[in-house]
Design a binder for this molecule. Structure first.
Ligand SMILES: [Zn+2]
Length: 457
């Protein structure tokens, strides 16, 4: 009996010790932030050597981070690209098309697991602050989040600040997204002439006028905006890029800089795994078009910065990698088991001998050029295939980075090798795809967001 009495305090002490150790582990787990700056081209940021000073806050993060100079998205559209980011499945595996294509509106299969669900189960507090529309929570992107806000940037900044201060002591996952850089390029007044004011053409930055015309003409705001652009006029294209760059600068100053400042203020910056990227790029007539809907590199090359907690040096990685690798990287780093379904690799382990083919695809967007087009980067080549016409194009990116001279100088043996790698992957995705769930009509709130964003007339 005496012996038992003596054991009670000892057992209690052991429990207390275990509890304190557990608490300590929980609280010292790093926070995770994924920041998606929609439509940001991989080559238009300062740390990539861009001529304009577009992104001082991103450059500051990049100084002590992994920077991936050849990072690519797997779809040139917002919804499928973000779904890939969160599931590490290729678009032809998750099969979720652009949300605003209403006649074919689908959500991620319930069989798929998202990064957020895994973080949630591991005790992370998960919140999203997004522009909504094509990243609406009902697409499957909302899965696992405790809170998911959708509104026009910069509307959510005060709530984002509150979330950071309220969760100082708990590990959290924040997904932050904005359409600010997306067309129509109408930066706030103080940024309109940030990169030049000597333009006398017809492009307007008057959002009220654009909305009014869109209502009157029953067109989307994008169509109205680009109707003021003379595509043959170099000055107009130059002006478009000026305004686009001004939007990047505004996002860097108002969102990224503020976010870093607040994390520092609360002592959270160091212990945060911070990932900055985009879902696709943007074309400025390099291949005779505007916006983002094709598979040329200007449409799919994106920035990718991964700042590890307490990272002190920059590490530049020049291998071809993709957004498909983000979720496995995060899970490995946080010591959470990665589901076997995920297709990506841990980006922190990518070394000079890494040479994996990378795939991008268009699973929506009807147009005459090529529906369901797919591309594979198999360095140094890029192989592009169109299923409906059967055409194939091969570019040598080492000699022709602008993708202007297809099929020049690729040997017969190399072509066979490329075809084999491409069709092996096609076969793999065909056998591992998940049927998505057909969505009901979108909520009135989502319809309104999409209309404001210019996706519905
Ligand atoms: Zn997008």
């Amino acid at each position: 009996m005496n012996k038992q009495k003596k054991l009670i305090p000892l057992v209690f002490m052991l429990f207390l010790l275990a509890y304190l150790l557990h608490q300590n582990t929980v609280q010292s787990r790093p926070n995770l932030i994924i920041l998606s700056l929609d439509t940001l081209r991989g080559d238009s940021v300062g740390y990539m050597g861009y001529v304009r000073n577009t992104s001082p806050a991103l450059d500051e993060v990049a100084e002590h981070a992994y920077i991936y100079t050849k990072a690519f998205s797997h779809a040139p559209r917002t919804t499928p690209s973000h779904i890939t980011l969160f599931t590490s499945l290729y678009p032809s595996q998750h099969l979720v098309p652009e949300y605003s294509s209403w006649n074919q509106s689908y959500a991620l299969s319930p069989e798929a697991t998202t990064l957020t669900q895994l973080l949630n189960r591991s005790g992370y507090r998960c919140a999203a602050f997004t522009g909504g529309g094509n990243v609406a929570p009902e697409t499957g992107l909302g899965r696992g989040f405790h809170a998911y806000e959708t509104c026009d940037f910069p509307c959510y900044l005060p709530r984002l600040s509150s979330f950071i201060s309220e969760n100082e002591g708990n590990p959290f996952f924040l997904f932050i997204h904005t359409y600010e850089i997306h067309s129509p390029y109408t930066p706030p007044e103080s940024y309109v002439n940030y990169f030049g004011s000597d333009y006398g053409g017809g492009i307007t930055v008057n959002k009220t006028l654009l909305m009014f015309e869109a209502e009157k003409q029953e067109k989307s705001i994008h169509d109205v905006y680009f109707s003021y652009v003379d595509r043959e006029n170099e000055q107009d294209i130059f002006r478009l890029k000026q305004l686009y760059d001004a939007e990047i600068r505004y996002s860097s100053d108002v969102l990224v800089s503020r976010l870093i400042g607040e994390l520092r203020e609360h002592g959270l910056y160091e212990n945060t795994l911070l990932i900055i990227t985009s879902d696709h790029g943007e074309e400025f007539m390099e291949h005779g078009g505007l916006e983002h809907w094709r598979l040329y590199n200007e449409h799919i090359h994106v920035p990718l910065i991964i700042k590890l907690p307490y990272q002190r040096k920059q590490k530049k990685v020049k291998q071809y990698v993709g957004l498909i690798d983000v979720a496995p990287t995060v899970l490995d780093y946080l010591d959470i088991s990665t589901p076997g379904s995920m297709q990506g690799v841990n980006l922190l382990e990518v070394n000079e001998s890494f040479n994996r083919p990378l795939f991008s695809e268009r699973i929506t967007n009807l147009d005459a050029e090529c529906l369901f087009q797919k591309a594979m980067i198999h360095p140094p080549h890029k192989y592009v295939w169109c299923p409906l016409t059967g055409y194939e194009k091969v570019y040598d990116l080492s000699k022709d980075p602008g993708e202007l001279n297809p099929n020049s100088g690729v040997g017969a043996r190399r072509l066979v090798e490329l075809r084999r790698a491409f069709f092996d992957w096609m076969n793999h995705t065909l056998h591992t795809s998940l049927p998505p769930t057909k969505l009901m009509q979108p909520s009135p709130q989502t319809r309104e967001r999409l209309r404001k964003l210019g996706y519905l007339n």
